[in-house]
Unconditional design. Structure first.
Lengths: 706, 77
């Protein structure tokens, strides 16, 4: 193996410059998601072996248009690139620039070069540039910029060997800044460099220009920066405009010298033609809603088979373990607690994979930006932003990444509202709850020949969640009073055929994040649940069998009937039963009993635990060799002792469906909102309003239907 | 010809003009960063279905922005 330390390489570039394709190509499946120390931004990094056995860590930084951040996500770029003396300082920076759109990409490139880290330009999409008839003198370009220039095509890997070779070479930072700092700034910069020992002028200048405090500086150094700002009457962003104009004029001169042939834009004709259909007044919306409909129908149709398979397989495994292992507390923990718990996590994978496949295709193709474009005017009425569409749509998969995706919204109020209402969008964790309850109370029939009734009910719930989200947004908009500019200013990228391997990487990344992050909580809760449901205070549980035998000795029960009675008795006297009974008076008006109460309490950890809980509750004592009944069958046969009819009547079912559509039943979401809003104020407001909405809506539904 | 300076929001689809300046300093920094600079050619492409936002071509690519943002970009044509 290699002994030298890992080379750290940061990837930077404009959004849509093919940065993630390059990252995926360089690292393959050796990717991991971590956190930058001290900040909440996700750190996506991966491992790559460069020529001559040089190991390298590739760090994928968020896409940005300049070193001046416009959103929270972009702040990390400045944080990483300006901190030159820490463990996370990159040894090299690769800037990806779209060869068909060089001018804008070079603004960021020129700023990065001036920050004084060894920089390489990866000129991407050379195939498109060739198609568009664009041609550059790359040698001249490299000489003028003072850095290596490598032409690549990150979609098919052309040029990546050359890039890797270039990365493995030793390279010093460019010594000549592209854009020397303004004359009037030389004094404060000299003073700052003297006091803090900063490597170069532009780096020091950025210390003064960055809008927020740089976290790596620490209090003392930040104070030095603030003092110099005061002394020279300097405020962040003061010279940004002047700097941008200077840099663009440099870039224009450079491009005049190195451009052999420019494009005539005719290559964009197809994209423009597509826009005239996809953004049409009528067809645009018809197509958008058809795509949404297709996504829901596919999740329901395609995920069902693998989900049933996982469900049955784990039921079988559980009963096999019971018969194969010697009986004892450990065996039953494994067979009734851990195995069903793992099954409860894996069952989500089909849905998450299908949903992120669609979202990723929409983003890769450039259509997602059109969705923002079409929806901006409507969304603004509700205090949201066109960009809120992406978090809201991702919220259909999981509120956690969705709330993190709200970082792209630069306006504080719009971002806060988006965060507050996103959990009302029905996430995939609600799907198992919905699926099971719908299957219980909605007949599996076709309406109008081809609409599946169950599918329609599911879509209705998604619609309900969406309407609640928009309604809440409109109300919150009136309650939050802040004057802050809101703006859009967004690139509409040229349409492209999605790169399928990127879609694949997204699916793997999201599934992994779910299984290992949310999965941990789900498994832990499943085990805690099992303990709560299997043990109780005192010796009530040990005596259960004797007690039930005594009570029912005149009833002539079958062996099975007796076992069920014992199980029910045990559950009723377990810790879980006690808690469930405790909240029964509160939930009785909604039509729920204490068993559902237990599920409500435990599913606060995560909604899908509802299914796990009722599975555990109804499986305790009933799993045997011959009995591999699925959760659904068990629910269907559950009897309401008061009426003698089924427990899950349509009124109870719909009441539960509405409750789960609105309730903030997810610890992880609260945790992420706390992290994203930096305090408990917003998560608590969110918990309160969503729980109230859920409770009263479920109450109304039950009272109307029963 | 009135003496009033025209802006991008008043352009019609297909119209081409040259950016001459900005009326909002805060926004101008963001617009310039995106390649919308005084002296560059701007082409008004189309509006969103409800008339807002709009799509323009600038510095070799397509940019979308709201009408109120577009109205801060002065033009000569």
């Amino acid at each position: 193996m290699v002994s030298s330390k890992k080379l750290k390489i940061a990837l930077v570039g404009n959004p849509n410059s093919g940065k993630s394709s390059l990252f995926n190509y360089l690292t393959g499946l050796n990717q991991k998601i971590g956190n930058f120390p001290g900040v909440t931004v996700e750190k996506k990094s991966g491992f790559c072996l460069l020529p001559e056995n040089t190991p390298a860590e590739i760090i994928d930084l968020p896409g940005t248009y300049s070193i001046y951040p416009r959103s929270l996500d972009e702040e990390i770029v400045a944080e990483v690139l300006l901190d030159h003396n820490s463990a996370t300082t990159p040894d090299k920076v690769v800037v990806t620039v779209d060869a068909t759109n060089v001018k804008r990409g070079f603004l960021l490139l020129s700023q990065i070069i001036d920050m004084g880290l060894p920089t390489i330009l990866a000129l991407n999409m050379m195939d498109l540039a060739a198609k568009a008839g664009i041609n550059y003198d790359l040698n001249a370009m490299s000489k003028k910029l003072g850095i290596p220039v490598v032409p690549i095509n990150a979609r098919n890997g052309v040029g990546l060997d050359a890039l890797k070779k270039e990365l493995s070479k030793t390279q010093a930072a460019s010594e000549h800044p592209i854009n020397p700092v303004l004359k009037e700034l030389q004094n404060p910069i000299k003073e700052l460099r003297g006091k803090l020992g900063i490597d170069n002028d532009y780096e020091a200048y950025q210390f003064l220009e960055q809008p927020k405090t740089l976290k790596f500086l620490g209090k003392e150094k930040q104070k030095v920066v603030d003092n110099i700002r005061d002394k020279y009457e300097y405020f962040p962003g003061k010279f940004q405009g002047a700097e941008t104009i200077q840099r663009y004029s440099y870039i224009q001169n450079l491009l005049n010298d190195v451009t052999l042939k420019t494009s005539d834009h005719s290559w964009k004709k197809n994209s423009a033609r597509l826009d005239s259909i996809l953004l049409h007044k009528v067809w645009g919306y018809v197509i958008f809603f058809s795509i949404l409909f297709l996504i829901f129908q596919s999740i329901f149709a395609w995920a069902q088979v693998p989900m049933d398979f996982i469900d049955t397989a784990f039921a079988k495994l559980s009963s096999y373990l019971i018969s194969a292992l010697p009986s004892g507390p450990f065996s039953s923990l494994l067979a009734e607690g851990i195995v069903p718990g793992i099954g409860g996590i894996l069952i989500f994978i089909p849905q998450i994979a299908i949903l992120f496949a669609f979202i990723s295709i929409l983003e890769e193709s450039g259509y997602m930006a059109r969705v923002v474009f079409m929806m901006d005017k409507v969304m603004r009425k509700f205090g949201l932003n066109g960009k809120s569409v992406v978090p809201l749509m991702s919220g259909v998969a999981c509120a956690i990444p969705a709330i993190m995706a709200a970082r792209t919204i630069d306006n504080w109020k719009e971002r806060t509202i988006t965060i507050l209402v996103t959990p009302l969008m029905s996430c995939s964790a609600r799907l198992p709850v919905f699926t099971i309850l719908i299957a219980l109370i909605v007949p599996n029939q076709k309406a109008l020949g081809f609409f599946n009734l169950q599918g329609l009910a599911l879509m209705g719930l998604y619609l309900l969640g969406f309407l609640a989200a928009m309604g809440s947004a409109a109300v919150i908009k009136l309650l939050i009073r802040v004057k802050e500019r809101s703006y859009l200013i967004m690139e509409l990228p040229t349409y492209r055929i999605p790169k399928w391997s990127n879609v694949g990487y997204t699916i793997v990344e999201k599934t992994k994040a779910f299984v290992f992050e949310a999965g941990k909580i789900i498994l832990a809760i499943s085990v805690i649940l099992w303990v709560l449901a299997s043990y109780g205070p005192g010796d009530a549980l040990e005596k259960a069998e004797a007690k039930v035998l005594e009570e029912s000795k005149n009833l002539r029960l079958t062996e099975e009937g007796l076992a069920n009675r014992i199980a029910a008795y045990k559950l009723e006297h377990s810790y879980a039963g006690i808690i469930g009974k405790g909240i029964e008076p509160i939930i009785r008006p909604l039509g729920y009993d204490w068993k559902i109460g237990i599920a409500l309490i435990t599913s606060f950890a995560a909604r899908e635990v509802f299914v796990g809980t009722i599975a555990t509750i109804y499986s305790i004592g009933t799993v045997s060799d011959s009995d591999t009944a699925t959760i659904q069958e068990r629910l269907r046969t559950e009897i309401n002792p008061e009426t003698g009819g089924p427990r899950f009547t349509p009124a109870v079912g719909f009441s539960l469906l509405v409750f789960y559509t609105f309730a903030m039943q997810c610890m992880s979401t609260l945790a992420i909102v706390y992290r994203e809003t930096k305090g408990w104020k917003w998560p608590l407001i969110q918990l309160t309003y969503m729980t109230a909405l859920a409770y009263f809506s479920a109450l109304l539904v039950y009272q109307l239907l029963s | 010809m009135s003496g009033r300076i025209k802006n991008v929001a008043e352009m019609r689809p297909g119209e081409v003009a040259i950016v001459s300046g900005f009326t909002d300093e805060q926004l101008s920094v963001k617009l310039m960063e995106m390649g919308c600079l005084p002296g560059t050619v701007v082409r008004f492409n189309f509006t969103a279905p409800f008339g807002d936002p709009i799509c323009i071509s600038i510095s070799g690519y397509e940019l979308s922005l709201r009408l109120e943002e577009a109205s801060t970009i002065s033009i000569i044509n």
